[in-house]
Design a binder for this molecule. Structure first.
Ligand code: NAD
Length: 496
């Protein structure tokens, strides 16, 4: 078999191998026999070199006018648009999701590039009155400095751009450490920023494993901020280290999202939303619908229609246009999902459909799990509380809106929640009382738009938001500026 192509890190505008000289491989989750490339297995030494490059580039970059910085992001968006089909196909081969969804991932990246490039011509501060005469007061944003950007594999283009875009516009210089499962897409993204002439050191790429390349980035003393998207466990560790070092840390972590179905809902729509929300990207979205909280008056028709819908789902390679359910990312994740299915059974939930790995013809070389629906799931079960991150959802029964909201709010997470109802009172009560950063009325739990702030309450994060204008807050400090043009010393708060 031909040796896979070797890709490199990108530091100070140059492509280079890891100091260790070691590489790791990226495989197709639908077919392990396809290796997409070998990537540098970096460690603390490579990270230090990248941080030094970002530090060297910082002063000049922070002095570059904001619209000029933003133009690089816009031009990257234009190239992404030209290369959308090629990148989407590679994404399906590297990450596994269906081609339709890969196109949407790239499109989200394009949309965000254009959106955040526009923010480069706003980048608003405020002016406000001063309490003293002949004094002017305003606020301006200031970049936080060198930042580390650590990303997961489930949105290999969109999530990195949610961080890279505002970091560039804000005037930060960055070290991007992508997930080890999708290094090819990260490399192609880096190449695009190189091709638009982004100055050396402004964005650096370090490949490698979390413990070896991610951890030294988090703890590096010259890195002033970390923007992390990933699991709760790693997010918690990251926050602890950042707190000790007094550095900025923004976290986008896991969730246990819910879809509530009230008796007055359009059940057909709710079923379609449940199927899409639970099984798109094989349930590997941070907003995946893993709990279906269904009013008992709607439960039987909802369950019947959902099972009919799921039974029609074709499972297979994301390159097959008929396939709705693609593989999960890797062997480890496959075993984790199957373990949770076992836990659900032990806890007394009933598997209505699926519940197993698919191994027959066409499935031999990939990580395929049948779409799985439990019934009889209750809030005290681990499968109702812990993030599974696979094609598994469960129906929970409720007898009132108050109870449905209490069940939805009963986990430690709070990213996305949806309610299907045609009642205005239920709608506004849900908007008011759901403890989630993203709330949908009569729409699925998945499908964020880039101009809206994205992030979760409780353990899903630490109060930061990505996308939307709020994304600039991750990478800037507010500076309060006062100009006294009275020609004398004026003392505030009435001191003579
Ligand atoms: P993960 O936490 O295992 O890895 C995420 C990234 O962190 C990877 O780049 C990894 O290499 C790196 N990493 C791992 N250990 C590290 C360490 N000790 N120090 C520094 N970096 C380290 O998560 P994953 O499996 O890649 O992604 C799945 C998780 O991401 C799920 O929990 C999902 O909900 C979450 N996610 C959240 C959002 C959101 O916006 N809330 C979006 C997508 C995914």
């Amino acid at each position: 078999m031909a040796k896979p192509k070797e890709y490199l890190n990108y530091i100070a505008g140059k492509w280079m191998p890891a100091r260790s000289g070691e590489f790791f491989e990226s495989e197709n989750p639908a077919d392990h026999t396809e290796v997409l490339g070998s990537f540098p297995r970096s460690n603390a030494e490579d990270v230090s070199e990248a941080v030094a490059a970002a530090k060297d580039a910082y002063q000049e970059w922070m002095r570059t006018p904001v619209p000029e910085r933003a133009d690089y992001v816009m031009r990257a968006g234009l190239i992404l648009e030209e290369r959308k089909e090629e990148l989407s196909e590679l994404m399906t081969r590297e990450m596994g999701k269906t081609l339709k969804e890969s196109r949407a991932d790239v499109q989200e990246g394009i949309d965000f590039c254009f959106y955040i490039a526009g923010e480069g011509r706003r980048f608003f501060g405020h002016t406000m009155p001063a309490e003293l005469r002949s004094k002017f007061s305003m606020t301006v944003r200031h970049p936080i400095g060198v930042v580390g950007l650590i990303t997961p594999w489930n949105f290999p283009i969109a999530i990195p751009l949610w961080k890279i875009g505002p970091a560039i516009v804000s005037g930060c210089t960055s070290i991007f450490k992508p997930a080890e499962d999708t290094p090819l897409l990260a490399t192609l993204l880096m190449e695009i920023f190189e091709s638009v002439g982004l100055p050396p050191g402004v964005l650096n790429l370090i490949h490698g494993y979390g413990e070896e390349a991610g951890a030294p980035l988090v703890s590096h003393p010259e890195v002033r901020g970390i923007s992390f998207t990933g699991s709760l466990e790693v997010g918690r560790q990251t926050a602890e280290i950042c707190a000790r070092l007094m550095k900025r840390c923004s976290l986008e972590l896991g969730s246990k999202n819910a879809l509530i179905v009230m008796p007055d809902a359009d059940v057909g729509l709710a079923v379609e939303a449940a199927a899409w929300g639970a099984f798109a990207t094989s349930g590997q979205r941070c907003t995946a619908t893993s709990r279906l909280i269904v009013h008992e008056d709607a439960r039987d028709p909802f369950t019947e229609a959902l099972l009919a819908r799921v039974s029609k789902m074709k499972v297979g390679s994301g390159l097959d246009p008929e396939v709705e359910l693609a593989p999960v990312i890797n062997e480890k994740q496959k075993h984790r999902v199957l373990e949770y299915i076992g836990i659900g059974k032990q806890e007394g939930a009933l598997v209505l459909t699926g519940g197993e790995e698919l191994t027959g013809p066409g499935y031999e070389n990939g990580n395929f799990i049948a779409p799985t629906v439990f019934s009889g799931m209750t809030s005290d079960m681990r499968i109702a509380q812990e993030e599974i991150f696979g094609p598994v959802t469960g129906i929970m029964s409720t007898s009132s809106l108050d109870e449905a909201i209490a069940i939805a709010n009963s986990t430690k997470y709070g990213l996305s929640c949806s309610i299907y109802t045609r009642d205005i009172t239920s709608t506004f009560k849900a908007i008011n009382e759901l403890e989630f950063g993203v709330v949908y009325i009569n729409a699925p739990t998945i499908g964020a738009e880039v101009q809206l702030p994205f992030g979760g309450m409780k353990s899903t994060g630490n109060g930061h938001r990505e996308a939307g204008p709020q994304s600039l807050d991750e990478f800037t400090e507010w500076k309060a500026v006062s100009v006294d043009f009275s020609g004398r010393i004026q003392k505030a708060q009435g001191i003579d």
